[in-house]
Design a protein around this ligand. Structure first.
Ligand SMILES: C[S@@+](CC[C@H](N)C(=O)[O-])C[C@H]1O[C@@H](n2cnc3c(N)ncnc32)[C@H](O)[C@@H]1O
Length: 385
């Protein structure tokens, strides 16, 4: 038995499934990863924030890939506005364990569980959902189209991706097959991967005449998690189609820019005239809604037992929510431009703040910072100090 937040659950004894000193939660007969507690803590604040932001109460949530049920059980017990949670797992052992865990937490009134294939459940279910939370092994791509069908107008879809090698540009061919997008290995791949995932969901939504409004994303530890509102409107769908584009990136001078189309695969850098690379299609709009992020922050602080690390992450996100796309890294800029001493991102930000009020840290990387300025400008200003 494990205790997490306000719930207790039966789950496999992870120690028994260790291979040597290595422990992989997916090796156990039913999946439970205590390291994902932070993601679940943040998600409870996201649910509360969603209710406040969209003025909804007594909402219903579907979590079609539940394993032990820990996530949905915590939503039922700990969030402020949840009326009903629908859990599901196609694995019979997981299904039975979820049933036991519902009883263990006296949540039979609020939580119902199914033993179906997730897409089948989302297709067949009679009610529409306020929130659908997709937390699969690997990529959520396979489940997006059914989630878009089952979500209410104005509802929120959250999706976790743990298939980082394709999204971060280590396996760009897999990214192409899974997300119809070219990923790229750079110092800011976490943001590229996040934008590929949001862009993919946006394109799936546009296809069925819906639009999305990204509310909150974070890339922490070994996963990327994105949450967005879904707007059931063809007009909104065509408007957001303008938010799909491509990144162009020069690894020689670190220039990064956005284009709507890749007309010519041999782009030349506008700054240093070297060949540049591209990634996409991806989301080029905001990844966060500032008002939503502020509510998430307040909500997270209300729970004294949540992981403290979450506060720091949301504080960085509050800073970067309106800052320029595609962060730089202080160590890479220092190396490229031959700084005598590597400065911390905070020191660089202090120098740049006079010229760019939107300069900020990023939660994606402890050495990351965001600015509109090209590193040539940054290095000039750094050298003068
Ligand atoms: C990563 S685990 C879910 C973890 C859980 N959300 C948590 O927070 O602990 C993914 C679960 O999805 C189930 N699953 C995978 N593919 C499925 C499908 N197509 N339909 C239903 N369940 C599926 C697996 O059996 C597994 O239990």
């Amino acid at each position: 038995m494990y205790r997490e937040g306000q719930v207790s659950i039966y789950a496999p004894n992870l120690e028994k499934y260790k291979r040597g000193s290595h422990l992989e939660p997916a090796w156990a007969p039913v999946f439970y990863n205590p390291r994902m507690r932070l993601s679940r803590d943040i998600s409870i604040s996201l649910i509360n924030a969603y209710c406040i932001f969209s003025n909804r109460n007594q909402i219903n949530i579907m979590e079609p890939l539940s394993a032990t049920g820990i996530r949905g059980l915590r939503y039922a017990k700990e969030s402020i506005c949840v009326a009903k949670v629908f859990l599901n797992d196609y694995d019979t052992l997981a299904y039975k364990l979820i049933r036991k865990n519902i009883l263990l937490n006296s949540l039979s009134e609020k939580v119902q569980v199914f033993n179906k294939e997730a897409n089948a459940l989302m297709y067949e279910f009679s009610e529409k959902m306020d929130i659908i939370d997709l937390d699969p092994f690997g990529s959520p791509a396979y489940f997006i189209s059914s989630a878009l069908r089952r979500i209410k107008h104005g509802g929120m879809i959250c999706a976790t991706a743990t298939d980082l090698p394709p999204l971060l540009g280590i396996y760009p061919n897999v990214s192409w097959k899974r997300y119809f997008a070219k990923s790229l290995r750079t110092e800011f791949s976490k943001e590229i991967g996040t934008r590929i995932l949001v862009g993919y969901i946006a394109r799936e939504a546009i296809r069925v005449r819906k639009g999305i409004l990204p509310l909150f994303v974070h890339a922490t530890d070994h996963y990327i998690r994105v949450c967005m509102q879904v707007i059931d409107s063809p007009g909104y769908a065509s408007m957001i189609s303008k938010k799909i584009g491509y990144l162009i990136y020069c690894s020689s001078c670190l220039f990064r820019g956005i284009v709507k189309e890749i007309k010519n695969k041999k782009y030349i850098c506008p700054i240093c005239r070297k060949n540049i690379q591209y990634a996409g299609p991806l989301w080029i709009g905001n990844l966060w809604n500032k008002k939503f992020v502020d509510i998430v922050y307040e909500q997270y602080k209300n729970y004294s037992y949540f992981e403290k690390r979450g506060i720091k992450i949301i504080e960085y996100i509050k800073e970067e929510a309106k800052a320029p796309l595609f962060y730089y890294k202080s160590d890479i800029v220092a190396k490229k431009y031959g700084f005598k001493n590597e400065m911390s991102p905070q020191e660089i930000i202090e120098i740049l703040r006079k010229y760019d009020e939107n300069v900020s840290r990023t939660h994606f990387d402890p050495k990351g910072f965001r600015t509109y300025f090209h590193p040539i400008f940054i290095s000039e200003k750094v050298r003068k100090t």
